[in-house]
Ligand binder design. Structure first.
Ligand code: UD1
Length: 421
């Protein structure tokens, strides 16, 4: 198993180019099931998660080709199978999003209940409610969901989400695009990945209105066409490198990063004493000598503070002057990084969904363990600022969601390398 070894203390200077968004790419890949024509995704991040999704799609009969460069071509000329087995779904929750497209196109599908990061219960009840609203009949048995469309296929319907779930909104959009008539998604999630999926589905021929607001209307089509679509820049990767600069110090241009997708984070970082500003290339982040100041945050659905940047923000706050309160409202059990940060000398007390972080003068390098995707990168951020050597074990979590992390950071001066056991 690989590990990442960091010699802390080096400042970051230069530029980092931001990849396409993992969370968007995975749903765009699922959209390829909706058409018998090729779907070409550009600025595709090369990640363990996208490879994994590719394996599942290949099993369903989709031809998946990578390259040239960061491009992926998916062609579902014919669906060979509508069964997604446990061993191909359990590792990653986004694979569950193949259910809707399969039912929409083939009339039925059997998909295992998903796995994914161990960050709380994460059920799929809202996904299933959405498909039911489009006329699908759902049966659950032995860890599998079997969905069947009425004769003539899925029909447009009213989908009211009690919680603005990102995955359920996307799932509903995918299925509704190939359903007869109009669907309305109320209390839809507003994350930028939703807008990206909407753009792609619209370019495939569906009529999509209101993405980015709480009400999305979709006119489904009997057939959708192929598309060439650029994946939106990863706002979480952008946030992560911005927070790495905050922790380590220096001055970095995040090329392609979208300013408007992280406004609440930028405000929190400015409050904490970090320079963050929009630039021609994307976003510029700098901290040269100024002390980080303790700043409170609370995670919220977009446009609020993203839960996927909470661990990274906490890593920075461990070195702040004063105390910060970090409240997690999206997922239970998403403070698994706190005990690992404590191993580096951080002072963090967790009470339920609240973490009280008392800033310390400096962190000291130590061996730590990655527990989930965003938690592991928070340990890298802490390691960049800690005195001495930090070894992050179990980095397969990192590889799920960060493309060429060591390369991007070392190009800016970080002392970071990967070791294989
Ligand atoms: C997506 C992102 C993830 C991010 C999250 C919130 C992907 C692949 N993952 O996850 O990185 O942290 O959005 O921004 O895009 N819930 C239910 N029932 C459901 C669905 C969700 O109760 O049917 C609950 C979950 O348990 C969780 C909350 O809703 O507590 C948020 O989940 P959701 O917005 O659906 O996140 P995901 O789509 O799983």
């Amino acid at each position: 198993m690989d590990r990442i070894v960091i010699q802390g203390g080096a400042k970051l200077n230069g530029s980092i180019s931001i990849s396409g968004a993992k969370n968007s790419a995975l749903k765009l890949m699922a959209a390829a099931l909706l058409t018998d024509e090729p779907v070409v995704l550009t600025r595709m991040p090369r990640l363990a998660d996208s490879r994994f999704m590719g394996h599942l799609l290949a099993r369903l009969g989709v031809s998946v080709e990578e390259g040239p460069g960061p491009e992926m071509t998916l062609h579902a000329g014919r669906i060979a199978d509508t069964y997604a087995p446990y061993d191909l779904v359990r590792k990653m929750r986004a694979t569950f999003n193949v259910l809707g497209p399969l039912v929409a196109r083939e009339g039925r599908a059997k998909v295992s209940l998903p796995g994914g990061c161990a960050i709380g219960a994460r059920p799929v009840d809202l996904h299933l409610k959405a498909l039911e609203a489009l006329g699908a009949q759902i049966e659950l048995s032995e860890g599998y969901v079997e969905a069947t469309a009425p004769k003539g296929g899925l029909v447009g319907g009213e989908i009211e989400l009690p919680f603005a779930s990102v995955g359920a909104t996307e799932h509903a959009m995918l299925a509704a695009s190939l359903a007869r008539g109009e669907s309305v998604i109320d209390n839809a999630a507003r994350e930028p990945e939703i807008g990206d999926l909407a753009d792609c589905l619209a370019a495939m021929g569906a009529e999509v209105e209101g993405a980015g607001t709480s009400t999305i209307r979709i006119q489904g089509r009997e057939r959708l066409s192929g598309v060439r679509h650029q994946v939106v820049a990863d706002r979480i990767e952008t946030a992560t490198y911005a927070l790495a600069v905050a922790a380590a110090g220096g001055d970095v241009e995040l090329e392609g990063g979208r300013w408007e997708h992280n406004k609440v984070l930028w405000r929190a970082m400015s409050d904490a004493g970090v320079t963050v500003e929009p630039s021609d290339a994307g976003v510029r982040v700098a901290r040269n000598g100024s002390q980080i100041v303790g700043t409170d945050i609370e995670t919220q659905p977009f446009p609020g503070f993203p839960t996927d940047a909470q661990a990274q923000f906490m890593a920075v706050m461990t070195m702040a002057e004063g105390t910060s309160v970090i409240r997690e409202t999206i997922f239970e059990n998403r403070f698994m990084h706190a005990p690992e940060l404590t191993r580096l000398g951080a002072d963090i007390a967790v009470h339920g969904n609240e973490a009280i972080v008392r800033g310390v003068k400096s962190l000291k390098g130590a061996p730590v363990m990655a527990t989930d995707l965003r938690a592991s990168v928070s340990l890298v951020i802490a390691g960049l600022a800690a005195e001495g050597e930090t070894v992050v074990n179990r980095v397969y979590h990192l590889d799920r969601g960060f493309e060429r992390l060591e390369e991007k950071l070392s190009k800016c001066g970080a002392q970071i390398r990967r070791e294989s056991e």
